[in-house]
Design a protein around this ligand. Structure first.
Ligand code: PLP
Length: 361
């Protein structure tokens, strides 16, 4: 029960066992294009292009940055945890002048403070804003709709990391005005790590035309040209794209609203149960991601001991905290192929683990 890679449904696993087909065949092209259409369905977009990269989520983050900025561009990176910081660091790597707009770990960006910051930018020097929707390192989720509104009023391009939100939480690319959105296969998509997804708006294409950063594998232009021919510029992970089609079939059967509702319920039930056990959570209810919950250990009990007991006694993996939160919190993932039963089991096991360790301590 980690926040990715998540469990994989059997239909997807079976698909992964098949012999790979040729990536220039009509058979594959049909599968690939159906995945592109389904990506648009998932992100509620008709206006943006959608691409699939054979890469992990970080690859798509790098693609987002390298296709729209030029060295020296001012980038405002909204940082509520490890992954928000990573977006800013990638922009720095490509020569951007990055300002990290941070808040305390576990909290989210206040749209009013962001509005104040952007209102100081009279000469419109800030070209790009990066934001994490669901911050996996803390289990907090930014109010993406409000943030997008503020950024739109300013005029900067908005780059969104939706790695642990797409396929779990509502993401409305067109109506919220999200310019670039990226995600990864090992989360709400219910397939193993290895594919990433990227949506590119018309406004982002304007930035692309002016961008002076080096790029080859990530070049949006190459992907767009191939997509117009219903193919990819390089050899894609054929097996994973076939598996993605199976995962989309499941997702469409469940329906987008039901997927979002299910994750909301998983989150609420888990949080209520953990609080019932007397445990303190890192994020407030109003800021909680539907995909991950971060939990403080009870007094006198260490995070490594908790994780070891879950694993040794119950064969369940829960995640440690990251960076400054390492050994301070543990995290339970509840995204993708997860049901009520998993949450009930996690709660029952948590109760036993805590009881055992409290007796020992
Ligand atoms: C919010 C978020 N962004 C980016 C990433 C990076 O993705 P990857 O590890 O697939 O490169 C992750 C990975 O967990 C993530 O959770």
């Amino acid at each position: 029960m980690i926040p990715g890679p998540t469990p994989v449904p059997e239909t997807v696993l079976v698909e992964l066992a098949r012999h790979p087909i040729g990536h220039r065949s009509k058979e594959f092209s049909d599968i690939f294009m159906s995945c592109i259409e389904d990506l648009k369905w998932l992100g509620k977009t008709k206006d943006s292009d959608a691409f699939i990269y054979t890469a992990s989520g970080t690859g798509a983050m790098e693609a987002a940055i390298s296709n729209v900025i030029s060295p020296g561009d001012k980038v405002l990176s909204l940082v509520i945890g490890v992954f928000g910081k990573r977006f800013g660091q990638i922009a720095q790597t490509f020569g951007a002048d990055v300002e990290m707009f941070t808040c305390e770990m576990g909290k989210v960006i206040d749209p009013k403070l962001l509005e104040q910051r952007l209102s100081l930018d009279k000469n419109k020097e800030i070209k790009v804003v990066t934001v994490t929707h669901s911050e996996t390192s803390t289990g907090a989720a930014n109010d993406l709709e409000k943030i997008a509104k503020v950024v739109k009023n300013h005029g900067a391009l908005l780059l969104v990391d939706a790695v642990t939100s797409l396929g779990c939480m509502n993401v409305e690319i067109d109506s919220w005005g999200l310019d670039i959105v990226i995600s990864g296969s090992q989360k709400g998509f219910m397939i193993p790590p290895g594919l990433s997804f990227i949506y590119v708006s018309k406004k982002a294409w304007e930035y692309y035309k002016k961008s002076k950063c080096p790029k080859f594998y990530w070049d949006f232009g190459k992907h767009k040209k191939s997509l117009d021919d219903e193919t990819t510029p390089f050899t894609p992970n054929v097996s994973f794209i076939c598996a993605l089609k199976k995962a989309f079939e499941m997702m469409k059967k469940e329906g987008l609203e039901n997927i979002v509702k299910r994750h909301e319920c998983l989150k609420s039930n888990l949080r209520a149960g953990l609080k019932g056990l007397g445990l303190k959570l890192l994020t407030e209810d109003k800021d909680a991601s539907a995909a991950i919950t971060a939990i403080y250990p009870p007094d006198g009990v260490s995070v490594p001991d908790i994780r070891a007991a879950y694993k040794k006694d119950w064969d369940i993996t829960v995640a440690n905290g990251q960076d400054t939160l390492k050994d301070k919190i543990f995290r339970i993932g509840h995204l993708g192929f997860v049901s009520d039963r998993d949450i009930e089991m996690a709660l029952a096991v948590t109760e036993k683990v805590i009881k055992k360790l409290r007796i020992k301590s």
